[in-house]
Design a protein around this ligand. Structure first.
Ligand SMILES: [Zn+2]
Length: 356
């Protein structure tokens, strides 16, 4: 039963049990699923858009993507590298990673064997494993540490990786219609391996394989989140904060996460009375890294729980994430954070008067 994996006191996943029962990549996926305080009934949701509501437009978008994939498969004639360029420049990744990907595909990264050829570097031995010359393929794919990272990827074409002779051959393989949905992940992982290798070259400490993998995964998720989420600030800057009306308390909440997708996320809550005096405050580190919007939902739920604990009856909730306030106000509980919307709305009925 899934409920046996959830701690009834902390209302969060039993991390140790999950890590003991599942493969590392499965455990990582499970531990990234945020749990709301009120554990709700399971339900089916539509993942075609952020709201979780089925619309013809979102279905059309998905159908177009499928058709595009099929068309790509049909036009396999012509220059295969042209096909790679097109794919690389349309990656859903930050520009710096697209540029890295392009350099990698043309064997243009400054690996040590290349620098040694030009007489810039004396040793061409890989600084990670200290065993083989550092070619581009070795640095990104076949070095021991790189292989450990690739092995954490569930959809990894591992047999291909083990026999790879040339990086661009591998990219061509992944550009095939069946695999090209993984291209973003593929290049995010390759970039994270390269980024870690550069840290080691510059005498900084490198990260363990699990963290490098998380780093890559977060880059993909954060970019997707940032490009689809309408993050319109609801409030003007903090100095315009106004005291709540007589008899009300105001609860300000905020969530935060690092931009590069590493580390953990956190939430903060502050509750003030009608004269602006602080009644209570809370700050909490979350058990994992979550996208920005998710932290805002979790912060709002924490604000409600704290207000409940203080037995407040007339409360105003403020967040700088207008999409979160709007989702809660309008009861948009179909998306990936719909269980939080449901939990927040249900908890808000506890108050005599509750405004968002
Ligand atoms: Zn190596």
């Amino acid at each position: 039963m899934v409920s046996s994996l959830i701690d009834p006191v902390t209302r969060w996943w039993k991390a140790e049990t999950i890590r003991a029962l599942f493969f590392p990549f499965e455990a990582n996926v499970i531990l990234k699923i945020p749990l709301c305080h009120n554990l709700l009934e399971d339900k089916l949701i539509w993942m075609g858009n952020k709201r979780g509501d089925f619309t013809v437009k979102s279905a059309y978008f998905i159908a177009s993507k499928i058709l595009n994939t099929m068309e790509d498969g049909e036009c396999s004639s012509g220059d295969p590298m042209a096909r790679i360029w097109k794919k690389v420049w349309s990656l859903k990744l930050p520009t710096k990673i697209k540029i890295f990907s392009w350099h990698a595909c043309v064997n243009g990264l400054p690996v040590l064997s290349k620098l040694a050829e030009k007489g810039i570097q004396t040793s061409c031995i890989c600084p990670i494993c200290d065993e083989e010359p550092e070619s581009l393929t070795h640095a990104l794919i076949s070095c021991d540490l790189a292989l450990l990272i690739w092995s954490l990827w569930q959809d990894c074409p591992i047999e291909k990786l083990l026999n790879v002779k040339d990086f661009s051959d591998l990219v061509l393989h992944i550009c095939s219609p069946l695999l090209d949905k993984h291209l973003d992940f593929f290049f995010a992982i390759a970039w994270s391996i390269w980024h870690n290798r550069n840290k080691i070259i510059h005498n900084e400490s490198g990260l363990p394989p699990g963290l490098i993998w998380d780093f890559a995964k977060n880059i993909v998720e954060e970019f997707e989140e940032a490009s689809t989420w309408d993050y319109t600030p609801l409030l003007s800057p903090l100095h315009s904060w106004a005291t709540p009306p007589l008899g009300f308390a105001k609860v300000n909440v905020d969530g935060a996460c690092s931009i590069d997708g590493s580390g953990i996320s956190g939430v903060g809550v502050i509750i003030r009375d009608e004269s602006g005096g602080v009644i209570a405050a809370l700050s909490k580190a979350l058990p994992s890294h979550f996208p920005a919007e998710w932290t805002e939902f979790i912060a709002l739920e924490q604000g409600i729980l704290l207000a409940q604990e203080l037995n407040l009856t007339h409360v105003i909730f403020e967040s700088n994430a207008s999409s979160v306030i709007s989702a809660v106000s309008q009861g948009k509980n179909g998306g990936s954070m719909g269980h939080f919307v449901q939990s927040i709305r249900s908890a808000s009925s506890y108050f005599f008067c509750c405004l968002f």
